[in-house]
Write a new protein. Structure first.
Length: 279
């Protein structure tokens, strides 16, 4: 086993100290592990014949850190992401902690040869005494998914307790961590536009479209990147989700080196700061 280390230079009805958590709510990236067999040309941003498929069987676990900026300004907030593999099953976790709020997202999914299946995810956090917890369990033989969630006020009054059963009528069900395994595969197949479906206390469906293919600077190198823009075309009333942009590096298994979105008009950016993986 070898280790590679890379270092680089909500919901509308909940309180919005979640500005520091918004990238978790809108898709804070999980690491797509780098294959040590990647060519020097690909790793330096040169022309590679294909990208490296996400969540390679050769990788056993990984960790990464993203630095978050609000309106272009550093705010001292980092997002930690980690994942481990057991055969074809991945368990991934993202975590943001700050004196104002915290958020943890955990995802379990299977992926092998671009066959992707989301198994479960949980999303929990608190801010100014408010607490929430969401969970979705997928029953693929029954072609259904069950959502359970609650919101609790600072006085410990149960504000919301919901259970919803969804039929699985669409292709490509993902969450904020498992989505990159599928994005990379679809882009490698040559698709320039595709749709992904997210479940919580409502259905969110996004259309993703390639905006540009260009060179971008990261880790003191120029990387060939794909800029992918996602826009919701179906979501629950009152959602604050308006769109999101990913800068993906094919030579890094379509790892986002940067994510951009807005929270009520305020620009929010997460940029990859460091990554470690074991092979």
């Amino acid at each position: 086993m070898s280790e590679k280390i890379f270092l680089a230079a909500q919901r509308a009805d909940r309180p919005h100290a979640f500005c520091l958590l918004i990238l978790l709510g809108l898709g804070l990236p999980t690491l797509l592990p780098m294959n040590v067999a990647a060519s020097e040309e690909a790793m330096s941003g040169g022309e590679a014949s294909v990208g490296l498929l996400p969540f390679s069987d050769s990788v056993s676990d990984f960790e990464l850190t993203y630095k978050i900026r609000l309106a272009g300004l550093p705010v001292g907030i980092s997002a930690k992401v980690s994942a481990t593999r057991n055969n074809a099953i991945w368990s991934a976790e993202s975590r943001v902690s700050h004196f104002l709020a915290r958020n943890t997202h955990v995802s379990r999914f299977s992926v092998r040869a671009c066959e992707h299946r989301l198994l479960s995810f949980t999303n929990s956090g608190e801010s100014f005494g408010w607490k929430f917890s969401d969970a979705v369990m997928f029953d693929w033989p029954a072609k259904s998914a069950t959502y359970e969630g609650f919101t609790q006020s600072s006085e410990n009054d149960l504000v919301e307790n919901i259970e919803i059963v969804y039929p699985l009528n669409y292709d490509h069900y993902v969450d904020k961590l498992s989505q990159y395994a599928l994005m990379g595969c679809l882009l490698e197949k040559g698709l320039s536009t595709f749709q992904l479906t997210y479940l919580d206390d409502g259905i969110g469906r996004y259309e993703f479209r390639i905006q540009a293919t260009k060179q971008a600077r990261w880790n003191k190198q120029d990387w060939k990147v794909v800029v992918l823009r996602g826009v919701p075309f179906e979501q629950k009333a009152g959602s604050v989700h308006t769109g999101i942009e990913y800068t993906l590096a094919p030579a890094l298994h379509y790892l986002p080196i940067e994510v951009r979105t807005k929270l009520r008009g305020l620009p929010v950016t997460a940029r990859l700061a460091s990554a470690r993986l074991n092979e």
